[in-house]
Design a binder for this molecule. Structure first.
Ligand code: R5P
Length: 299
């Protein structure tokens, strides 16, 4: 029997794409809020003895986590064999250090919470920086789906003579990977973040790349300020109008408008987060990673 797939609100498109990609049966359930705001979860499909997979991208996570946690535990209470989570975007991974006295490494605490609710996890390019691998914080089997092949396919097919530009040193890992698949040059800029929305970026000598189309590649656009600052410096450096490609188009508040207004050719993301820019489809890659975990019995 195929695993039963249930989409948390806002994840219907990804769930449908996963079912189309094969390997899952769409489950039926009712999710609503009681008048007092508490969540009501009721499975209509029989989950007893079945592999259950919940699909919930964890952008804006604080509003989603209680319902996700309850859904996982209700499925288990009803006898689900195992409960897996497909979280195309995994939250809290940027909180991977104590940046100021009195803070905590919330990536670790969030991981503990999810690990206590589900049996396995599949996600796309979590922000692995000071935490080198999900195993360091998650105690359940966790599989990372790289977005690089899909980003490379999109850029390679549509952008003439690209030079990939990572807005900061952290981005080198994914920029280099995408550039290697395309076979094009890449560089990184230097970023200093002074606050949530205060970012400065400096650009090295761009001389050799002036004839290329700059493609800014980053894993996350949240406030968009990193990309806005990078676009400004690239334009100051006399390069062409940049294309922006992000794995997770979170775009909080006015971020998308601010980036559009900064003078970009195009903004493109993957569909790990429901957003108009999210046109690069990760469903097949996610589906095969989840299938491997299920087949390996880790799930
Ligand atoms: C940095 O660590 C990440 O790779 C992104 O560059 C960053 O999270 C983007 O954030 P924002 O859009 O808020 O500048």
């Amino acid at each position: 029997m195929k695993p039963l797939l249930f989409a948390l609100p806002g994840n219907e498109a990804m769930a449908a794409a996963l079912c189309r990609a094969g390997g899952f049966e769409a489950g039926r359930w009712e999710l609503r809020s009681f008048p007092d705001g508490e969540s009501h979860v009721r499975f209509l499909s029989e989950v007893g003895g079945r592999e259950v997979v919940l699909v919930c991208s964890l952008d804006r996570p604080d509003d989603k986590v209680v319902r996700l946690y309850l859904a996982a535990w209700v499925a288990r209470e009803l006898g689900a064999a195992r409960v897996g989570l497909v979280a195309p975007y995994l939250a809290y991974m940027r909180q991977d250090a104590r940046f100021h006295p009195g803070e905590g490494v919330t990536a670790k605490h969030f991981a503990r919470l999810l690990s206590s609710a589900v049996d396995w996890l599949v996600t796309v390019d979590p922000h692995l920086h000071r935490i080198a691998s999900l195993d360091q914080v998650y105690s359940i089997p966790a599989r990372v789906v790289p977005a690089a092949p899909e980003l490379a396919r999109w850029i390679g097919a549509r952008v003439p003579r690209p030079v990939l530009v990572g807005p900061d040193e952290e981005s080198a890992q994914w920029v280099a990977e995408v550039a290697a698949v395309i076979g094009c040059p890449w560089i990184t800029l230097r970023k200093d973040r002074h606050g949530d929305r205060e970012v400065t970026v400096s650009v090295p000598q761009m001389g050799p790349w002036r004839v290329c189309t700059p493609v800014l590649v980053d894993d996350i656009a949240s406030t968009g300020r990193t990309l806005v600052a990078a676009v400004a410096r690239i334009r100051d450096a006399g390069m062409g109008t940049p294309v922006c490609v992000v794995v997770h188009p979170l775009f909080a508040g006015d971020a998308y408008q601010a980036l559009l207004g900064a003078g970009v050719e195009k903004i493109i993301g993957t569909n790990t987060v429901a957003h108009p820019s999210g046109v690069i489809d990760m469903a097949e890659a996610i589906c095969s990673a989840a299938g491997e975990l299920l087949a390996a019995g880790a799930a």
